[in-house]
Design a protein around this ligand. Sequence first.
Ligand code: ADP
Ligand code: ADP
Length: 237
Amino acid sequence: MIEFKNVSLVYPNGHQGLKNINLKINEGEFVVVVGLSGAGKSTLIRSINQLVKPTSGELYFDGEDTLKFNERQLRKMRTKIGMIFQNYNLVRRMSVLRNVLSGVLGRTSTLRSMLGLFRQEDIQLAMESLRRVGIEDKAYSRADQLSGGQQQRVSIARALTQKPKLILADEPVASLDPPTSHQVMKDLKRINREDKLTIIVNLHFIDMAMEYADRIIGMRAGEIVFDGPAEEVTEKT
Ligand code: ADP
Ligand code: ADP
């Protein structure tokens, strides 16, 4: 589903964020990328939807080299990729439901999204997504009235409402306490299992990675230094 072929990324200041990455990720995998802060995890994950653009190589999504995409093709691809951030990126003053509904904006008409009118089926899907992460009772609360863990679940529900082919989660638990972190990781894992949805998660704790990942990718200084099943990590470290 995703393939990096000799992908490198040099930031405008000359810093090399990715060094010759070769990587294949198959549909339905639950992959955790681990490494210290600054290792390049974010750069790797964000290059998949081109929030940052690699400077060389080939990067395939569903068989197409996305580095050759024009703006229209990029927009279309991004509607298929749900993104979860460390700081949730919700619109704080809007209701939870309205935040979750913004997940459908990519695939609804411009007029509908401009007017904020949503189809009944989209509202049902948004409520169903909230139910799946256990916070449907918060649908009409303002986003900033929720705890951090609840806000992160809203952002997962928003990603689900996109009907994505892939979810990228960039340090989704870095702002949460350990019990809440585990709940969020369990939600992501369950969604991966139930929907056979490909999910890539960045974490900086190896213990948590080993607990949830099917496959672990270890990064250091812009390079992949480990790639294998979670069980192999203990043998090598
Ligand atoms: P991680 O997610 O593992 O913490 P990042 O991918 O955020 O790592 O960053 C990898 C390296 O690239 C770091 O050294 C970081 O400082 C650098 N970097 C990230 N973004 C930029 C940028 N926009 N310009 C220059 N350097 C950057
Ligand atoms: P994280 O490690 O959580 O990915 P950072 O705090 O490293 O986040 O980076 C936050 C933002 O600053 C990102 O948008 C990243 O691209 C940018 N950034 C990081 N390092 C640099 C850098 N050396 N020069 C310019 N921008 C940077």
